[in-house]
Design a protein around this ligand. Structure first.
Ligand SMILES: [Zn+2]
Length: 379
């Protein structure tokens, strides 16, 4: 125990590219403070760091990375772990009350600490931040709260001042490529994924290793090629994207049972101790399903933007090095035929911004408008 502060924490060592942040968290495992702010750009490893730190706090061996506690914590399914994220634009006060404030002062479902993770904490609305502040002011001895944020200066000073700040730095493109290759990804695909991900390792990994990753770009290419045929094609393109989004949403909805499996007995019934954990997973799942169409459409529009941007770069004689999709020939029919790639790029980015800003907008109308702007004008 005397060496605890210097002990290895295997589960933390697996978080790549953030040596200083991880060294800090490793020191903190033995005697954690009650609140941490993991600050740094999206995709730099904050989420993975938070999961690993949660595992280290919940594991009986201080973060072995292998046991049931570690596995559940890494999957964010440990009964003693609660994860809060924005719903729409904000994190609402009811969410913080029911998923942080109340469970913080209750007995944990399983022996050991309670861990609370608040993602995109800068989106706490003022009422939600007030409730969180109460917990931070009178922290239960067995609770550890982690706030994650890419915009820490937007957090209320009162909240900020009660957290230990752990800084995560942006990851470089070569680092991402080497990490993915080290995990077994094909080098060319890793290079494309690193470029498309904008320094976001999680996104790069999905792009490099899953069918779903590149599927977004395929949907975007098809939509661009349809839109290039004229206004009718633009409307069909919007429809295709929404059909694909609907399939994605249904698959996501169907995945709930898999998530709940660790908490059910052999007859598929919930064990008593896990009722609260199951309810939290169900709530989070519901929110993800509700957001699924928006998330999907955003990723397709982002892929379309990247393809159009390459067309703009090629059009001004830019070097191949600058392309976001070095594996897609820029003379590709789908992209070539969009008459004005610069305007098309703007249309895609405006659609993304509109959908991110207003949860009440009709996704179909926004998509149709964007794809109609890509279509050549009727003669
Ligand atoms: Zn463990």
């Amino acid at each position: 125990m005397s060496d605890a502060a210097h002990a290895d924490v295997p589960v933390l060592e697996r978080v790549p590219g953030q040596e200083r942040a991880i060294a800090f968290l490793r020191q903190a495992v033995a005697r954690p403070h009650h609140a941490y702010l993991l600050a740094g750009p999206e995709g730099g490893g904050k989420t993975q760091g938070a999961r690993a730190f949660a595992a280290a706090l919940l594991c009986r061996d201080g973060g072995c990375g292998e046991c049931r506690d570690c596995r559940l914590a890494l999957a964010e399914k440990h009964p003693n772990q609660s994860v809060v994220e924005p719903e729409g634009r904000d994190i609402h006060v009811e969410t913080v009350r029911s998923e942080v404030w109340q469970p913080a002062y209750r007995t944990a479902p399983e022996p050991g600490r309670k861990v609370f993770v608040i993602r995109e904490a800068d989106r706490l609305n003022p009422a939600a931040a007030d409730v969180l502040l109460k917990v931070l002011e009178e922290p239960p001895a067995d609770a550890v709260i982690m706030l994650l944020s890419a915009r820490p200066d937007e957090l209320p000073e009162t909240v900020l001042s009660r957290c230990h700040v752990v800084s995560f730095l942006p990851l470089s493109e070569p680092f991402i490529v080497e990490t993915l290759v080290g995990e077994g990804a094909d080098r060319m695909r890793a290079a494309v994924a690193a470029r498309l991900s904008g320094g976001n390792l999680g996104r790069a990994r999905r792009l490099a290793t899953t069918e779903e990753g590149m599927a977004f770009r395929e949907v975007a290419r098809e939509a661009l090629s349809l839109a290039a045929t004229g206004p009718a094609g633009g409307l069909t393109a919007a429809d295709r994207v929404l059909v694909a989004a609907d399939t994605y949403k249904k698959e996501l909805a169907g995945s709930l049972q898999d998530e709940l499996a660790p908490f059910l007995d052999e007859r598929g019934r919930a064990e008593d101790a896990y009722r609260a954990a199951i309810r939290r997973i169900e709530e989070r799942h519901k929110r993800q399903v509700r957001r699924a169409e928006r998330d999907y459409v955003d990723r397709v529009l982002l892929a379309a933007s990247a393809l159009l941007r390459d067309r703009v770069v090629a059009g001004i004689g830019g070097e191949r090095e600058l392309l976001l999709n070095p594996d897609v020939p820029v003379a590709d029919a789908d992209v070539r035929e969009v008459p004005d790639a610069t305007a098309g790029l703007a249309a895609c980015e405006e659609a993304r911004a509109a959908l991110a800003d207003d949860v009440n907008l009709n996704t179909r109308l926004v998509l149709e408008q964007a794809f109609l702007r890509l279509a050549p004008r009727a003669a």
